[in-house]
Design a binder for this molecule. Structure first.
Ligand SMILES: NC(=O)c1ccc[n+]([C@@H]2O[C@H](COP(=O)([O-])OP(=O)(O)OC[C@H]3O[C@@H](n4cnc5c(N)ncnc54)[C@H](O)[C@@H]3O)[C@@H](O)[C@H]2O)c1
Length: 248
């Protein structure tokens, strides 16, 4: 029970990685607040230490309310895991609109500012905390046609480093995880609109991982527990690649 007594908020809690992360945090003894667009996506996480919140991570007031509720209930906020995100179907830049670019930057990057700002309010007071953002190894090992998604993940990594130096004096740690191609419903959404999804899953994604298989959501949740735990008390501003070597 490495997280007993800790309170952690997880965005994208109804998604492939988010659900696995919440389950693992509950196993490790944490109290968890989950945020996703639809409450129904978090139904299977039913647990007396889990509180679901139906909210959009771009809604500043709703996000402030989630942190307030969790703090009132548990007296502390120890961790934030930013796992929500959206994909971009592989598309040449000449066919991508500015509004599509903005949407990706908003959901994948601006949201981090909103959630981390709330977390910082509580963690700075407590002089303790850990913020983790699920970015993507594509930020350092890009693939054609994903220019807007990859830019948003690069922003996530830079933001992490900037916040890590800013919050170090308050003993708040801020880190990124870079997954490689992962076995969730999102993977199919990176495929070009006219391509065969089941074929690209193996021929493009799985075959690009040197360790020979797609990343499973449980591979990510183990890294999240480590970064939230006291074992990582001197780890900040870093990126943990959980990518089967895809970034090499
Ligand atoms: N699946 C992959 O191959 C892969 C690889 C590298 C990085 N990632 C990143 O990992 C993270 C988790 O992805 P996943 O594979 O679990 O995808 P997923 O689609 O299964 O989960 C993402 C979740 O985020 C939620 N979400 C999206 N927009 C939201 C909003 N505005 N407000 C609240 N919730 C919102 C969705 O409803 C969904 O439940 C994402 O940030 C993704 O970019 C995924």
């Amino acid at each position: 029970m490495r997280l007993e007594g800790k309170t952690v908020i997880v965005t994208g809690a109804g998604g492939g990685m988010g659900r696995a992360i919440v389950k693992k945090l509950l196993e490790e003894g944490a109290k968890v607040g989950g945020i996703d667009l639809k409450q129904a996506s978090m139904e299977e996480l039913d647990h007396d230490r889990f509180t679901p919140f139906e909210a959009d991570i771009l809604d500043e007031e709703a996000i402030a309310g989630v942190f307030r509720d969790m703090h009132e209930k548990n007296g502390r906020i120890d961790g934030l895991v930013n796992a929500a995100g959206i994909a971009q179907p592989a598309t040449p830049i000449t066919d991508v609109s500015v509004s599509e670019w903005h949407r990706l930057m908003d959901v994948n990057a601006t949201s981090l500012f909103i959630t981390s700002r709330e977390a910082a309010r509580y963690m700075k007071d407590a002089k303790s905390g850990s913020i983790i953002t699920i970015a993507s190894v594509s930020a350092v090992r890009p693939r054609p046609g994903l220019q807007s998604y990859i830019a948003s993940k690069g922003a996530a990594e830079s933001f992490t480093r900037a916040l890590a130096i800013e919050l170090a004096e308050d003993n708040v740690r801020v880190n990124t995880i870079h997954p490689g191609p992962a076995d969730t419903q999102m993977l199919a959404k990176f495929t070009a609109k006219d391509a065969d999804v089941s074929e690209t899953r193996e021929s493009i994604f799985a075959s690009s991982v040197p360790l020979g298989r797609l990343i499973q959501p449980e591979d990510i949740s183990g890294g999240v527990v480590y970064l939230l735990s006291d074992d990582a008390s001197m780890v900040t501003g870093t990126t943990l690649r959980i990518d089967g070597g895809r970034g090499l």
